[in-house]
Design a protein around this ligand. Structure first.
Ligand code: 0L1
Ligand code: MG
Length: 255
């Protein structure tokens, strides 16, 4: 078996220094169980440097992304306070290997949630919903990976921006989504592309964190997953997401 601690160090350093590494699957494919261990060990290194876990992200939540990686279940990753970007804030391109941005819906939790829960139970634990941008950045060369690779790499998560909160009862089943780069439309879609309904991603999050012995905690953010393809970003750009009813969230990109 591969040395999981060594792989965690490799991926943590790749993220910290923004240097791409070879796919782990080139030498030894990881099972999902091994890959989640690598992810946890890699995040433990961040916590040891002072970062705090403030939520989770769900990945591969659209049919298109599942097909791309050849899987039929979602993945998850951990969000830390160091990954948070203020709404309208600026990221530095140099801090990432090959960043992309994707449009998402975020949940803010008000009650603990873990294990097998219904959509109604999940909704009852939500304080607010919001439009969100996720910055994904695979630490692997050419943004290529298999399932084990991407799980070990924290499901490509590297940053997020949360927009204005709306009441948890807001209908988020099928909201129009427009992602613009410098005022030009880059992607359009619907929140229904997120597992048919973003609340299903929250149900999956509760199930998957429990498998790792964790829970969604009050105050946690849960990114439900992308509603369209991700867009590569470059210095000088301003990226804005408009979600019908929920409003707008934006970031800009520096050097
Ligand atoms: O948030 C996502 O769906 C990304 C999961 C990993 C796959 C990718 O990097 O596109
Ligand atoms: Mg995402």
């Amino acid at each position: 078996m591969a040395d999981l601690e060594q792989l965690a160090e490799l991926l943590d350093e790749a993220a910290r220094t923004a240097q791409a590494v070879a796919q782990i699957s080139d030498t030894a494919a990881l099972t999902p169980v091994e890959a989640y261990k690598v992810q946890a060990l890699s995040l433990a290194r961040r916590y040891a440097r002072g970062e705090r876990r403030i939520g989770v992200k769900m990945g591969l939540t659209s049919r298109a992304k599942m097909a791309q990686v050849g899987v039929d279940d979602v993945t998850w990753g951990r969000l830390t306070d160091a990954m948070r970007v203020e709404d309208g804030g600026k990221i530095g391109r140099a801090a990432y290997v090959h960043p992309r941005v994707e449009p998402e819906i975020a949940f803010l939790m008000k009650a603990p949630l873990a294990g097998a829960v219904s959509a109604m139970e999940a909704l009852a634990a939500v304080e607010a919903v919001a439009p969100a941008l996720e910055i994904i950045d695979s630490r692997y060369r050419d943004f290529k990976f298999d399932l084990g690779d991407v799980i070990a790499d924290n499901s490509s998560s590297s940053g997020f921006v949360i927009g204005p909160p709306s009441a948890p009862g807001t209908d988020i089943a099928n909201l129009g989504i427009v992602l613009t780069v410098d005022g030009r439309v880059a992607e359009t879609g619907s929140s229904a592309a997120i597992l048919g309904h973003p609340l299903r991603a929250l149900v999956a999050a509760a199930r998957m964190v429990a498998q790792a012995g964790e829970e969604l905690r009050p105050g946690d953010i849960v990114l439900a997953g992308a509603a369209t393809a991700a867009v590569p970003v470059a210095p000088g750009q301003r990226i804005e997401l408009q979600v019908q009813t929920l409003g707008t969230v934006a970031l800009s990109v520096g050097d």
